[in-house]
Ligand binder design. Structure first.
Ligand code: FAD
Length: 521
């Protein structure tokens, strides 16, 4: 076991517990490699919890001729839907159209390509719509599109709980034998013979030496820093950091569909139904060169997002309506495009080593949507550099933890859960089903009443769920639980974070954070 003084080398040392590191860990351990993943903060602490949360082909990338990426992403949508039907679900998009925008024939041609670049079984094809009676413009009790928007299009993509997708990949990797160490940082690594000799450091300052046959640099916005500062490399490939921000407002409109809104600057902004009571609006594309850990929205970005939506809606959105914001840094591969929106969203995998040298794989770019294919391609490149056969990919058909529902039928699963727990509120059961899928029963554990689930922190969060998150999902702090394992910070009372922190760190008992360092997943 790592960290116990055992010097046995590991096959892969993965740096970064975002979606790409977690996805590669899962795929690699399933191919028989021994894997250690280190994440300096929490899982999905950075870009992988700051996305727009769409599993999408990326309609706008067609304009940049990114056909490879769009096709791969479109194919992934239905695969991921089947692997994790609890945290991924279909979402309809409404695209209002007016004369000042891209011509209708161009949008129609783009949507035709979008419909046909990859096979679809569950997601419907795009359509032209006259808004007339559509809820987008005719809902009696809701903010709606301005009357001048009379026509548009609809198409389908999917929604994903991004940070939960990361955790589920890490859990699956751990259940197959990987070791996942959060709050553990790579300090340095140098090649010595056929191995990397790496130094990792946990939050309390303890350092440990790890020998690894290959190193995976999946550090997202830090990929360049790992190469230069930790490995002393002068890499030709570089990362282009592009900030993107979101605002969350009280629910802007009725309806389960999202809007894709075209802006005069040719960018698009999404408005998406969020957490029942809210609307998520984003994003921006701003070149960024400061510390990725401290990225935050500026007033100018908030204004831009408010204006983007207000251009379309009868009742405008103003900065005063903003309930919460978040920002992330896209770690894009630098293709030297002129503006930040045009930089490729495709990924580049750089492999070095082989022939007596330990292998190094660095990940540049990528989307949440394409993480599974990225991991497959990463192992297809890395294993030969380690002198091994890559073997066949296996992840396309294996459900993620909690996703093993018959026919990937989420509604049937929820109905069954509500029938099995008649005394518990249906809205709480539905939320647990969305978050944990079939694993929800491990939290409920036969509870007859809400009181059986222990202390109530508000918003439906109980001690039973917190204990599960600490024991199985590497949760250590109130923020891990309220913002990354769930979005309950939008729903709990103001004192919940403090109460939760006290529960997680009781003054007398052993620190649960310490208990969670080594967990089976
Ligand atoms: C605003 C925005 C919107 C987006 N929307 C979408 C979308 O809707 N759909 C989609 O598919 N994609 C979207 N993306 C893209 C997607 O979010 C990213 O491509 C993806 O999350 C990158 O994941 P990653 O694992 O490479 O990086 P990260 O998630 O940043 O993970 C890298 C990790 O490495 C860790 N690390 C760094 N240095 C060290 C070290 N020395 N030791 C240990 N750990 C270290 C960091 O702490 C970090 O957690 C969006 C991105 C942004 C910014």
């Amino acid at each position: 076991m790592f960290g116990s003084g055992d010097e046995k080398p590991v096959d892969l040392l993965i740096v970064g517990g975002g979606i790409n590191g977690a996805g590669i860990a899962r795929d690699a351990v399933g191919r028989g490699l021994s894997v250690l993943l280190v994440e300096q903060h929490d899982l999905a602490a950075h870009t992988s919890s700051a996305s727009t949360k769409l599993v999408h082909g990326g309609l706008r990338y067609l304009e940049y001729y990114e056909f490879r990426l769009v096709r791969e992403a479109l194919m992934e949508r239905e695969r991921l839907l089947n692997m994790a039907p609890h945290i991924i679900w279909p979402l309809q998009f409404v695209l209002p159209h007016s004369r000042e925008q891209r011509p209708a024939w161009m949008v129609r041609a783009g949507l035709f390509l979008y419909d046909h670049l990859a096979k679809r079984e569950r997601l419907p094809a795009s359509k032209s719509v006259r808004f007339g009676l559509h809820a987008a413009s005719a809902h009696p009790a809701s903010n709606t599109l301005k009357p001048e928007y009379k026509r548009g299009f609809t198409y389908a993509d999917c929604w994903v709980e991004d940070s939960r997708l990361v955790v589920l990949n890490a859990m699956d990797a751990a259940e197959r034998g990987a070791e996942i160490l959060t709050r553990t940082k790579l300090i340095s690594a140098r090649p010595e013979g056929a191995f990397w000799q790496a130094v990792i450091q946990s939050e309390d300052g303890r350092e440990e030496q790890i020998a690894a046959r290959a190193l995976v640099n999946a550090a997202g916005p830090w990929v360049g820093e790992i190469l230069s500062a930790k490995l002393g490399r002068n890499n030709a490939k570089t990362v282009r950091m592009v900030k993107g921000s979101h605002i969350i407002v009280k629910r802007l409109y009725e309806g389960a569909f999202a809007f894709i809104l075209q802006n005069p600057d040719k960018r698009i902004v999404f408005a998406v139904p969020y957490e029942n009571d809210f609307t998520l609006i984003g994003t921006t594309d701003i070149p960024y060169d400061a510390d990725p850990a401290t990225v935050a929205i500026t007033p100018a970005e908030t204004d831009y997002l408010c204006e983007s939506v207000s251009r379309y809606f009868r009742v405008p959105v103003t900065p005063a309506d903003v309930v919460k914001t978040y920002s992330g840094v896209r770690p894009l591969y630098d293709d030297h495009a002129e503006n930040a929106s045009a930089v490729t969203r495709d990924y580049v995998l750089d492999v070095e080593g082989g022939e007596g040298q330990p292998a190094l794989l660095s990940v540049f770019g990528g989307k949440i949507t394409t993480f599974r294919k990225l991991a497959e391609h990463a192992l297809e490149k890395l294993l030969p550099a380690m002198g091994r056969e890559p073997g066949a990919g296996w992840t396309a058909t294996k459900p993620l933890p909690g996703g093993d529902m018959p026919g990937a039928d989420f509604d049937a699963f929820v109905a069954g859960l509500i029938a099995a727990y008649p005394a518990l509120p249906a809205n709480i059961l539905r939320r647990l089903a969305r978050a944990y899928g079939t694993r929800a029963t491990r939290i409920l554990n036969g509870a007859q009443t809400l009181a059986d689930l222990g202390e109530d922190f508000g918003g439906g969060l109980t001690a039973a769920e917190v204990d599960y998150l600490v024991a199985h999902e590497w949760a250590r702090t109130a923020e891990d639980i309220l913002w990354r394992r769930s979005k309950l910070s939008l729903h709990v009372p103001a004192d919940a974070a403090e109460r939760l922190a006290a529960y997680l760190n009781p003054p007398s008992a052993a620190n649960p954070a310490e208990r969670s360092v080594r967990q089976a997943g």
